[in-house]
Design a protein around this ligand. Sequence first.
Ligand code: PLP
Length: 756
Amino acid sequence: MEIYLDANATTPVLPQARAAALSVMAEAFGNPSSIHGSGLRARAVLDEARATARRVLGASTGRLLFTSGATEGIQTAVLSALTALRRRRDTGESLPQQLLYGATEHKAVPEALKHWNALLGLHLKVVAIPVGLDGRHDLAWLREQAPQAGLVCTMAANNETGVISDLDGIAEALQGSPALWLVDGVQALGKLALDLDRRPIDYAPFSGHKLYAPKGIGMLYVRDGAPFTPLIAGGGQEGALRSGTENMAGIAALGAVLKALESGEVFASAQRLAERRERLAAALRDAFPGVVFNAPFALSLPTTLNVSVPGLSAKLLLDLFDAAGLRVSGGSACGASRAQPSYVLEAMGLPAWRTAAAVRLSFGGADADTTLDEACRRLRACGESLRASCQIPSADEAPRHAERLTRFVVDGACCYVVADEASRRAVVIDPLPELTERLAQWMRCRGIALAAVLDTHSHGDHASSAPALRAAAKDLLAPEAQGHRVDALGWPLDQDRLALGALRLSRLATPGHTEDATAYLLHEGETLRAAFVGDTVMPGALGRSDFTVSAPLAFGPSLKTLAERVGADVTLLPGHDYDDRFATTLAIESLAQPLLDGVLRGRLSAEAFAAEKAELERDLPPTEYQTMACGARVACARAAERVEMSAAELRTALRGAVAPVLVDVREDYEVRLSPTGELAPESVPLSTLLNALPRWSALPADAPVIFFCRSGNRSAQAAKALRRFGHAQAWSLEGGLALWDAEKISAPADGLAFAI
Ligand code: PLP
């Protein structure tokens, strides 16, 4: 069973609302504009819904029209206000110079302001009202700016944080201002008394699907006397305020929800909701020590909790919660490998780690108490799972398994841990500041000593975090590392090799990207297993060499040295991997990169190579991650090849002559929460995929290797990586486990059936 904790995004439809919608579709299906009996019955439903809405909103006067949702209501309000301003300008009146909106407003508001401002040719300044650390508007600022404003937009409650605006304080700050006032009431509907009769609010848009009505229905309140321009003209429905035959199913459903709200029997009281928030907060504190709440409870809707956990990215938390069947939202928009910081939390001035790592849990007033109990139980299970998989500290000190290679990626930058199980020692290569605590925790939990922290070069886009990691892992430093004197890249001054049991690291100078660029060669016995090449060679790119610390003329010769020492087919592990390609070889890159091929085959001299490369790097833009581009990309486009295999195709493959190798690439903490008993796969988390790529690529050519994960995103990365390593029969289960036969995935470790 899934537990839905994303009510601020949308809600399920209340049974009463469903019944009301079905009833108007089956019985009162008439057109409310018709004057016969069928029409009159529909009209009665419409009138009743509007009357109920007026009572709930405290709007006995003013216009109240049904719309398709809040976004339409916002457009209508903005168009109305701005058209009135234009009319005044056209009659020669002098106009206020700006349009104001709260910095944490839903994007629908500033985007509508900019759109209509430009379209109507007003060209007024569109300015954000600053908010404080508590998420509330800066009223002193507003008081000062309001006299120059034509329209002021302030939401009643915020969708990301639940922060409730001080509407009376805003009203007071707007006194004497010529501005019209729009209050986005979407998140407040059913949770706060808006008292529209009492407050000087000119426009208030609402949305049904945030309060248990279906999507596609909303309302707009317009104060008596406030300017109005229809957004949709036509047959004159809704008193010609909004033409088009009414969405009767939606209106009936919304009416039923509002009725339920009035009855006081379906929705929990504010006090009960606050108690539920306390229970969720307690479960979060138990599960994630150090969790911080990004909005003060005293000023927020009790149904919204916005949290960040030190050391845990939003992506990790979302994957974890999803594995536990808890549906929550990133407080910020999460891309595949990068979380865009939340503009709402940024506007509040919260530290960067909190704005990037935020996760939002939101529940609805009609949710059952038992649902909240189950949510709390699963949150605690999530914490247990993280402890058991070494992500957060645990009382259980038994050392855990350590893979030889573990890769961490932050915004396309790669950091590696090379570990040896036998000697329980590890080296970290290219540490990243965001990972300091996680890396220390990774080693502490596994009982691994830190033999060295190395950089492949002095980085252009960040200072090395090696000193911070050494400090955070002070208690974990291997004995010889404690007295080490190291060079600028972390290499022990008195050694030319670093031993980790049977593994050994040695250095190879590869100046070019920077003067100090160094590759680290990893041998097992006499066999060269991999080379950490930093930004010298990346999948689809060569490191840029236009920094002041670059050595462009040395770059070509360094590539030749690298080729001589490692050969064409040894795994190269790059410092950046913007396109999720994991690893590469000189053979693969020579095919994709003519410059590299040219210099390795001797077609290009060091000078010609440097000149052609400089040409490639002219005006090199920052990468999509807004960090400094670390290489001139010559093969940016992700291969468009299809690696997806449907669930039906997987079933066929499972019955095929050659048994497929099934690989679950989810991380350990997810697998613990939702094992996949039926598929009985190998478990190779994406972070340790590098260890297995050579083994799979040595399989017979017709042996399918089928990866799967939660949604199909990570498994597609794994399949593409394996194909690049030469194994064509690499596939990804389309849609991931989410679309695999849900009922067959059950029987998790703790006995609770978390169907996915
Ligand atoms: N305003 C706020 C505060 C919201 O949360 C949303 C929806 O996310 C909207 C406006 C847009 O509402 P609708 O989906 O009805 O267009």
